[in-house]
Design a protein around this ligand. Structure first.
Ligand code: C2E
Ligand code: MG
Ligand code: MG
Length: 643
C-alpha cells in the first residue's frame, strides 16, 4: 500500500488559512472578482482538508465504512476541479477586464461550465463506473482509468486562458501579463514534480502557490487600489485610461468631486465620512457591468464606461448627476451632498492618459469655480483648457524673465476734490504684445501657486515708486493680495522688509483683500490684519457686493475703507429704490467708521450719483484709467494743489 506524505499539504493548509485571515477585511466582497477569490479560498482550503482526511480514512479502511471513504474521495476529486475552474474564471476576468467585446468572456464561461459539469458527472458516477478510483475487495484504494482526467481538464483550462490572452493581448494590463507569463511554468513544474513523486501529495501546494501569486498581485493592499473603498486609485485610474487608449477602445469617463465634504466630517465624524465615501464608491462601481470606478483623490471619484454613442453617454452622466442631487443614506443618516461633475469622451483623439487626467482636473476646477455642477467636454472647453495651459507657461516664463509691470489708477476724493490715493494693478502682455487681462491670469497664478511671487513683484515696484516720489501729494497706494498670501506666515516679515529696504514712510502702503479672503478662518485673518495694522499697513475691502457679502463679518474686521464693486453699482443705480439701498449701505459703513469707495465709475452721471449717495472716494475710467508709473506721477503732480 502507498504511503503518502502529507507534509506539503499541511504547510499549504497553514499558508492558505493565514492568507484567508488577512483577506477577511471590510469590503472584501465588493466586486465580482473579490467574490470569486473568496470562493477560491474556501474551495482550496476545503480540498486540502478533505484530502488529508481521505489519506487517513484510506489508511484505515478496516475502521471506516466503505461508503464514507467513497463519498470523501469523490468530494475531494470534485473540490480539486472546482478550485481549478474558479482560478481559471478569475484569470479570465482579469485578462478580459478591459476588453469591451464580451463574446470571448461568454465563450470562456460556457467552456468552463461544460468542462466542470462533465467532470462533476464523472466524479458523481464514479461509484458505479470506477473511472477515477475504486476500492479493491481487500479495501485498498486503487486508481481508475480516468484518474488523471482532472489534469487533462486543468490543461484544457490553461490552454483556454492562454488562447484568450493571445487574442486580446493589447488590452491586458501589464501586471496580468506578468502573471500569465509566470503561472503556467510554475504550475507545470509543480505538476511535473507530483507526476514523478506521486507519494508526496502536492495538489494542495499547487493550489496554494497559484492562490498566493494571485493574492499578492491582485488582492493585497494594492499600489493601484484605494485602501478605503477598494476601488482603483489615481494610479489605477491612469493606467486603465492608458490601456484603453493603447487598445483603441473608446470610453467615456465621468468625474464626480464632492464639495464641502469637510462639513460632513465635522458634523458627524470622520468614520461616518469614510463610510459615506465607501457607499458612494460602491454605488459607482455598481453602475454597469463593464465599468470601473476609482477614487482618484480624497473626495473625487471617476467611472470609466465603454463608449457606445452620444445617447448612452448622455444617459450615464444624467444618471450620475441625478443621483448626486438626491439624498445619500448611510448608517441611518440622510445626507445631501454637493458635487462637481464632468465628463469626457475619448474616441481616438491623440491624447495620453495624462492629457485626459489634466483635462478632467481642469474641468472639475472649472465646475467648482463657475458654480455650475456639471461640465461636459466640448470644443469651447478644450479651447479654454488649452488657453489655460498656455497661460501657465507664459506666467512661469514671464516671472523668470521679469516681464510683469504695474500700472497705477488714482482714486478721487469727493470731499477734497483731488486725487488722494491709488491702486496698483499688475499687467502682463503676451509675447506678441497683446495684453492678458489680470482677471484672466490672476486666478491661474493662484491655482498654480505663482501668485505669491507675482504679488511680491507688485509690492517691490510700489515700494520703489513710493520711495522715489516722496514729493507727490499722495496719501497711499494699495496693492491687491490673494487668499494664499494670507495663509503665508511670512507675509508680515516680507512686507516689512520691503518697506524698510526702500524706507517707505509709515501709512503709505495699503492692502486690498476680497471677501473670499475674509471668508477663511476669521480669527486668524483678524489677528493677521491687526499685526499688519500695528506696522502702519491699512486694509481695504475690495469688490464688496460680489456675492460673498456678510455685513456681520465685515464689521468685525479692522478695515479702513470698503470698495463697492462696479457690478453692485451698475445694478443698483438704475432705479430710485436701488439708489436708496446703496445710500443705506454707504451710511451703514460710515456709521461703523469705514470710508467708502465706489469702483468702476465710467460716466459723469454715475460720478454725480455716487457722490450724492455719500461715497468718499471714486475710482473709475471717468476720472482716470490705470497708468504707467511715470505717467501716473505726472498726472498726480499736475493736479496737486498750487500747481
Ligand atoms: P480690482 O482689484 O477690483 O481692480 C479694479 C479693476 O477694475 C481693474 O481691473 C481696473 O482696471 C478696473 N477698472 C477700474 N476702473 C474701471 C472702470 O471705470 N470701468 C471698468 N470696466 N473697469 C475699471 P484689472 O486691472 O483688469 O484687474 C482685475 C482684477 O485683477 C483686480 O480687480 C484684482 O482683483 C486683480 N488684480 C489686479 N492686479 C492684481 C495684483 O497685483 N494682485 C492680485 N492678487 N490681484 C490683482
Ligand atoms: Mg483691488
Ligand atoms: Mg475691485
Amino acid at each position: 500500500m502507498t504511503k503518502w506524505s502529507l507534509l506539503a499539504e499541511f504547510l499549504s493548509l497553514s499558508m492558505l488559512s493565514l492568507m484567508f485571515l488577512y483577506y477577511h477585511e471590510k469590503g472584501c466582497l465588493l466586486s465580482f472578482r473579490r467574490k470569486v477569490f473568496y470562493w477560491i479560498f474556501w474551495l482550496s482550503i476545503s480540498s486540502i482538508v478533505v484530502n488529508i482526511i481521505c489519506v487517513y480514512t484510506i489508511a484505515h479502511t478496516d475502521a471506516v465504512p466503505l461508503p464514507v471513504n467513497q463519498i470523501l474521495n469523490t468530494l475531494y476529486f470534485m473540490l480539486v476541479l472546482l478550485v481549478s475552474s474558479a482560478i481559471a474564471l478569475y484569470i479570465f476576468d482579469l485578462v478580459l477586464e478591459h476588453v469591451y467585446r464580451k463574446d470571448c468572456y461568454k465563450k470562456a464561461v460556457i467552456g468552463l461550465v461544460v468542462l466542470t459539469s462533465f467532470y462533476l458527472c464523472v466524479a458523481l458516477t464514479n461509484f458505479w463506473t470506477k473511472a477515477l478510483f475504486y476500492f479493491t475487495e481487500d479495501g485498498r484504494y486503487a486508481r481508475g482509468p480516468l484518474n488523471r482526467l482532472g489534469y487533462v481538464i486543468l490543461g484544457i483550462e490553461l490552454l483556454m486562458v492562454l488562447l484568450c490572452y493571445f487574442n486580446n493581448r493589447a488590452a491586458v494590463p501589464p501586471k496580468v501579463v506578468r502573471v500569465i507569463h509566470t503561472l503556467p511554468p510554475v504550475v507545470a513544474v509543480l505538476a511535473g514534480f507530483q507526476f514523478f513523486y506521486p507519494e508526496i501529495l502536492f495538489n494542495g501546494t499547487i493550489t496554494a502557490v497559484v492562490t498566493l501569486i494571485l493574492y499578492s498581485n491582485f488582492q493585497t493592499c494594492q499600489v493601484e487600489e484605494d485602501y478605503l473603498t477598494h476601488l482603483g486609485n489615481r494610479r489605477g485610474f491612469l493606467s486603465d485610461i492608458s490601456l484603453k487608449i493603447k487598445s483603441n477602445q473608446p470610453f467615456q469617463v465621468v468625474c464626480v468631486s464632492l464639495r464641502r465634504f469637510n462639513e460632513v466630517n465635522q458634523k458627524f465624524d470622520h468614520s461616518f465620512g469614510d463610510d459615506l465615501l465607501y457607499s458612494i464608491g460602491k454605488w459607482m462601481e455598481g453602475l454597469c457591468v463593464n465599468c470601473r470606478a476609482y477614487r482618484y483623490s480624497g473626495v473625487s471619484f471617476a467611472v470609466i464606461f465603454p463608449y457606445r454613442g452620444a445617447e448612452e453617454a448622455e444617459q450615464r452622466i444624467q444618471e450620475i448627476h441625478q443621483r448626486f442631487s438626491d439624498v445619500w443614506q448611510c448608517k441611518g443618516i440622510s445626507c445631501k451632498l454637493s458635487a462637481s461633475t464632468c465628463d469626457l469622451v475619448w474616441n481616438g483623439q491623440a491624447w495620453t492618459s495624462n492629457t485626459v487626467m489634466e483635462y478632467l482636473e481642469i474641468m472639475v476646477e472649472m465646475s467648482k469655480g463657475s458654480g455650475s455642477s456639471m461640465i461636459r467636454f466640448n470644443r469651447a472647453v478644450a479651447v479654454s483648457i488649452e488657453r489655460e495651459k498656455y497661460l501657465e507657461t507664459v506666467l512661469r516664463s514671464s516671472l523668470k524673465e521679469d516681464r510683469f509691470t504695474i500700472v497705477l489708477q488714482p482714486l478721487y476724493h469727493c470731499g477734497r476734490k483731488a486725487f488722494c490715493c491709488a491702486e496698483a494693478l499688475i499687467r502682463l502682455n503676451d509675447y506678441d504684445g497683446t495684453p492678458i487681462p489680470a482677471g484672466e491670469f490672476i486666478p491661474i497664478a493662484e491655482k498654480i501657486g505663482l501668485i505669491d511671487e507675482i504679488s511680491w513683484v507688485v509690492l517691490d515696484r510700489v515700494c520703489q515708486f513710493l520711495a522715489s516720489h516722496r514729493e507727490l501729494h499722495l496719501e497711499s497706494i494699495s496693492i491687491n493680495l490673494s487668499m494664499q498670501q494670507f495663509q503665508d506666515p511670512s507675509l508680515l516679515s516680507r512686507i516689512e522688509s520691503d518697506l524698510q529696504r526702500y524706507d517707505v514712510p509709515r501709512g503709505k502702503l495699503k492692502i486690498e483683500v476680497t471677501e473670499r479672503v475674509i471668508s477663511q478662518d476669521l480669527g486668524y485673518v483678524r489677528e493677521m490684519m491687526k499685526k499688519l495694522n500695528q506696522h502702519g499697513i491699512g486694509f481695504y475691502l475690495d469688490d464688496f457686493g460680489t456675492g460673498y457679502s456678510n455685513f456681520a463679518v465685515v464689521m468685525q474686521l479692522p478695515f479702513e475703507c470698503i470698495k463697492l464693486d462696479r457690478s453692485l453699482l451698475t445694478q443698483l443705480i438704475g432705479s430710485q429704490n436701488n439708489k436708496e439701498i446703496v445710500r443705506d449701505v454707504i451710511s451703514l459703513f460710515h456709521n461703523s467708521g469705514f470710508r467708502v469707495a465706489c469702483e468702476g465709475i465710467e460716466t459723469a452721471a454715475q460720478a454725480d450719483i455716487v457722490t450724492s449717495l455719500g461715497t468718499d472716494l471714486i475710482q473709475g475710467f471717468y476720472y482716470a484709467k490705470p497708468m504707467e508709473p511715470d505717467a501716473f506721477a505726472e498726472f498726480v503732480f499736475s493736479r496737486s494743489p498750487g500747481h
